[in-house]
Design a protein around this ligand. Structure first.
Ligand code: ZN
Ligand code: ZN
Length: 264
């Protein structure tokens, strides 16, 4: 087992000590764990964002460095980050991240047109198209960020709060464009088991993963997006079985931005 996406107390929305996260992964027998705390510089530009504690990147990097020494022989530990994309924060992120030797960077969309899409009021008086289309377009735009990201984070995240299903057939042309771009750029699609309130087992859903595969997509990874110890590697067996049934053979796990392939 492996887990490519987890958060510790260095993220604003987690209180899990880094040590608890890593020791849980070791106890569960994971071969690989990426700690990918939030860098939410996009929220600094959001009209509706509540004030979010921002990542202290030097402190986080130092903590991971120390942990790598402690857990070196027990697990492959990756220094990662989940960078929240927005056009407004793009240059800020790129400049900040270039001074660190990350193993893996996840490129995620949590805000659309400078609005935090986790805030309930975002959905008020909007149609399905008014909610889902700008989100899908933001993902498309995020793929072109000038930053050495490896993984495309949780496509479908908006379904945690949006009262609509997130299916391939509804926006097939846009999804094809996104998947072709991911494949052409050599990026990895994550399957994320942290769905919260959505009527889904993971993001993106089967209709989307299936299409990615049909278009020639091979790079996928497993992500629990755990913010608490009990969620580390959650739903790994379900997602592994699903991926296998759709024709995937490997999960990719990144060290120094290079994918190592783990047989599913
Ligand atoms: Zn996220
Ligand atoms: Zn996350």
């Amino acid at each position: 087992m492996l887990d490519s996406h987890t958060h510790s107390e260095h993220s604003a929305d987690s209180v899990m000590p880094l040590d608890d996260l890593i020791s849980t992964a070791v106890r569960l027998g994971l071969s690989y764990l990426a700690v990918t705390d939030h860098m939410d510089r996009d929220f600094l530009f959001c009209k509706n964002a509540k004030s979010v504690r921002q990542l202290d990147l030097p402190a986080y990097a130092a903590a991971i460095d120390k942990a790598k020494k402690v857990y070196g022989g027990k697990i492959k530990l990756a220094f990662g980050i989940e960078c929240g994309y927005s056009k407004a924060s793009e240059i800020m992120c790129r400049d900040e991240l270039k001074d660190y030797d990350f193993d893996v960077i996840i490129n995620s969309v949590h805000s659309v047109n400078d609005e935090d899409i986790y805030i309930e009021s975002y959905y008020k008086n909007k149609t399905k198209d008014e909610i889902l289309l700008p989100y899908i377009r933001a993902i498309d735009e995020s793929l072109d960020i000038e930053m050495p990201y490896d993984i495309v984070g949780h496509i479908g995240y908006i379904a945690r709060k949006a009262p609509y299903p997130f299916e391939y057939a509804d926006y097939d042309g846009l999804f094809d464009k996104i998947f072709k771009k991911i494949i052409q750029k050599g990026k990895c699609l994550e399957i994320n088991s942290h769905v919260k309130f959505a009527k889904a087992d993971f993001f993106p859903g089967i209709s989307l993963i299936k299409r990615y595969r049909e278009l020639g997509g091979e790079l996928i990874t497993f992500s629990s997006d755990a913010h608490q110890t009990f969620r580390v590697a959650e739903k790994y067996p379900l997602i592994a079985e699903t991926a296998k049934a759709l024709g995937f053979k490997y999960f990719a796990a990144y060290l120094s931005h290079k994918p190592e392939m783990y047989l599913i």
